[in-house]
Ligand binder design. Structure first.
Ligand code: 5AD
Ligand code: SF4
Length: 440
């Protein structure tokens, strides 16, 4: 009899939310969450293949589980997520102790697998579910949420952009938007269950609605969700610079509950590299949109993703990326070394960059941004800022933690019954990754 599950999640927010859906299915089937992998009857590894490093972490965890399975042959091991989708049945051949492999579009197949296992613990392990599903967006799966204040809501699946470095269109399939009605009811039910903040999830939220039969775009969706009064904050990731519109800038300005933070991945500052990445914009075009946004909402915070060491990136190209950081003055960046992904266009490009140069460029860019981020945080000292309190701080259980509308973390001493409330704090000290304040 199987009754305890454990999920190990690798990768991004999209995957963390998928794990909440996987947990939702287990819970609906009467399973309980084990307190760690040692006490579990079923372990799911929800994998990420965006970069080599994420893949390596999965393979080393899988190696560890081989021993666990030897000690407990009844243990079931399932592999979900993007590596499952990419490697398909070859995973069974390489790692015969895996029991089930299912991709991001087939989370609902877990239900049947669980039921089969309950009826006959010895049934064929190599059941698989690996076709991307053109109707996945029409399903509403049960979700076991990780928090009580903030919640993720998928608004679309897949991606049609085919940036030449990126594996996502191959693992998560074509772009499909969920119906605005399904999204509205999910958010309404979150509000009724006490959630205060939602983050709308999609690979390119700005193209929401293009693939749907409804006459609705992302901005219209924001206006619609904004009517749900008990939701006090709305965030969204990820925006694509090519599709980021003036209409959306107006919505962020007009709608008080839409947060004043934009994550807009630039990837590179050189137009040659942007072209080779198939990003569909030049640095000038990107910068013009940032200028419009800042002219409209001066205190908005802006973050980005950067890839260093893309094939063909010269020292001059890299310098363009550094210059763009100096020019834009982001609140924060996520920077990555380019990593070859199977099946993607960039693999075929000439002039791949050696590992040492990539590491050196990554170090330089992180160092360069560090000062900008620190200075921006420092400038908030002495200010009175509103935060939504999320609960006890993970790093220091004596403190409470919350976030500004601009997505900066603020820790402070306060009562746990402030959780879920919007309060004012005075910023007393700014650090690199968080602020320290005093509740007023
Ligand atoms: N190599 C390095 N970084 C990548 N990203 C996506 N694919 C790759 C890759 N092959 C980064 C991009 C993207 C973020 C989620 O991951 O910056 O915006
Ligand atoms: Fe998320 Fe991308 Fe990793 Fe898939 S490959 S889990 S979409 S980060």
């Amino acid at each position: 009899m199987l009754n305890k599950f454990h999920i190990h999640t690798f990768g991004c927010q999209m995957n963390v939310h998928d794990s909440e859906k996987i947990a939702g299915i287990f819970s609906q089937s009467g399973f309980q969450e084990a307190d760690g992998s040692n006490n579990a009857d079923v372990i799911v590894l929800n994998t990420c293949s965006i970069r080599e490093k994420a893949e390596q972490k999965f393979y080393s965890e899988l190696g560890r589980l081989k021993k666990a399975k030897k000690n407990n042959p009844d243990l079931k091991i399932a592999v979900a997520g993007c590596i499952a989708q990419q490697e398909k049945e070859t995973l069974f051949k390489r790692f015969p102790y895996i029991d089930f492999v299912f991709g991001p579009d087939n989370i609902d197949n877990l239900q049947r697998w669980v039921t089969d296992r309950e009826q006959d613990n010895n049934c064929d392990p190599q059941t698989t579910a690996l076709k991307t599903n053109p109707y996945y967006h029409t399903k509403t799966l049960p979700v076991k949420r990780g928090g009580q204040v903030r919640a993720w809501v998928s608004i679309m699946y897949g991606c049609d952009n085919f940036c030449t470095y990126c594996v996502v269109p191959y693992t998560r399939g074509r772009e499909r938007s969920r119906s605005s009605k399904d999204i509205f009811f999910e958010v309404k039910s979150l509000a009724e269950n006490g959630f205060k903040e939602i983050t709308l999830l999609g690979q390119n939220v700005n193209s929401y609605g293009i693939t749907s039969h409804e006459n609705i775009d992302f901005t219209d969706l924001l206006y619609k969700l904004h009517e749900i009064e008990l939701i006090q904050r709305i965030r969204f990731v990820t925006s694509h610079p090519r599709d980021f519109s003036e209409k959306l800038i107006r919505a962020i300005k007009d709608l008080p509950n839409v947060c004043d933070h934009l994550h807009l991945p630039l990837q590179a500052g050189s137009d040659d590299i942007l072209k080779s990445m198939n990003r569909g914009y030049t640095f000038e075009e990107y910068k013009r949109k940032i200028d419009l946004l800042r002219a409209s909402i001066p205190h908005v915070s802006i973050t980005t993703d950067i890839i260093v060491g893309f094939p063909g990136e010269t020292e001059e190209d890299f310098q363009c990326t550094l210059n763009s950081l100096a020019e834009i003055q982001y609140d924060g960046i996520f920077a990555f070394k380019y990593s070859k992904r199977p099946g993607t266009g960039a693999i075929e490009l000439p002039d791949h960059i050696d590992e040492r140069t990539k590491s050196e460029r990554l170090r330089k860019i992180l160092k360069f941004q560090e000062d900008i981020t620190y200075r921006k945080n420092k400038s908030l000292e002495g200010h009175l800022i509103e935060i939504l309190v999320e609960g006890t701080s993970e790093n220091d259980t004596e403190k409470m933690t919350g976030r500004t509308t601009t997505n900066k973390i603020v820790n402070f001493y306060g009562d746990s019954n402030l959780t879920g409330k919007l309060i004012k704090v005075k910023i007393l000290d700014a650090k690199q990754h968080s602020l320290y304040g005093e509740a007023v």
